[in-house]
Design a protein around this ligand. Structure first.
Ligand code: SAH
Length: 234
């Protein structure tokens, strides 16, 4: 009896068994922002502050937690990936998000980019074509308390008509050309950050003007392709 009591007590005290209070990856995350993000020229103070705060390790599979702050994308299942931290920061900075903005994201994936946007904007609408990912990221974001983020299972090429127009649209899968319906759902003066291409892709900043769009190439990137619903694997 005594032995069990002592064993039980040790289990409770032992840090490897207990739920770790606080944030075991805090210093890795600060280092990630310093070296990978500030180190490569991202300067927007609000973006840097949010990247220092959002716990990226909660958005990757448990077996990859230790790699969550590495300088690369990581697999999240269903042949999809969570983007490299630098790319998330770069795209977010390029979109110039204001606190009053309403943002549409295409390709929820893990929900990490949505969480970053949710910290910076008033409302975030995010669409994911793969049902299991839409469900898991939706429940994670809810558990983390993001009341201003709505996840929809659906086809991003259609956008989110009921909530349009948006100040910002961020596309995190690559279409072969700029999706026309998304341009329609952008406000005049609104910004869209979108990777375009096939094997070779370029990240573009599209600004909607009174007379059409302005298109600016930012940098070469490598995203998973944006899927047409008809091509979707079961
Ligand atoms: N923003 C994500 C990265 C997602 S990877 C993150 O932070 O983790 C790209 C995602 O786009 C994948 O989850 C993929 O399933 C999704 N996707 C691909 N085509 C799509 C489409 N037509 N509509 C919506 N989502 C799509």
């Amino acid at each position: 009896m005594k032995v069990f009591l002592i064993l039980g007590f040790l289990l409770i005290l032992s840090p490897s068994w207990a739920v770790t209070p606080g944030d075991p990856f805090a210093s890795k995350r600060q280092q990630m922002v310093r070296e990978q993000i500030e180190g490569r020229g991202v300067r927007d103070g609000r973006v840097l502050e949010v990247l220092r705060r959002v716990q990226r390790h909660l958005f990757v599979p448990a077996s990859l937690r230790n790699s969550a702050y590495d300088d690369r994308p990581l697999p999240i299942g269903h042949d999809q990936t969570i983007s490299q931290p630098y790319i998330v920061a770069y795209m977010t900075e390029a979109a110039k998000i204001n606190p009053a903005d309403r943002v549409l994201e295409i390709g929820t994936g893990s929900g990490y980019q949505a969480a970053v946007l949710g910290e910076l904007a008033k409302e975030v609408y995010t669409i994911e074509i793969l049902k299991p990912l839409a469900e898991s990221s939706g429940s994670l974001l809810e558990r983390l308390g993001y009341k201003n983020i709505k996840v929809r299972w659906g086809d991003g090429y259609q956008g989110w008509k009921e909530q349009a127009p948006f100040d910002v649209i961020i596309v995190t899968a690559a279409p072969s050309e700029i999706p026309g319906e998304l341009v329609k759902q952008l406000k005049t003066g609104g910004r869209m950050v979108v990777p375009i291409g096939g094997f070779f892709q370029e990240l573009y900043l599209i600004t909607k003007t009174d007379s059409g769009i302005k298109k600016e190439a930012l940098l070469p990137v490598r995203f998973v392709p944006m899927i047409h619903p008809a091509e979707k694997k079961k």
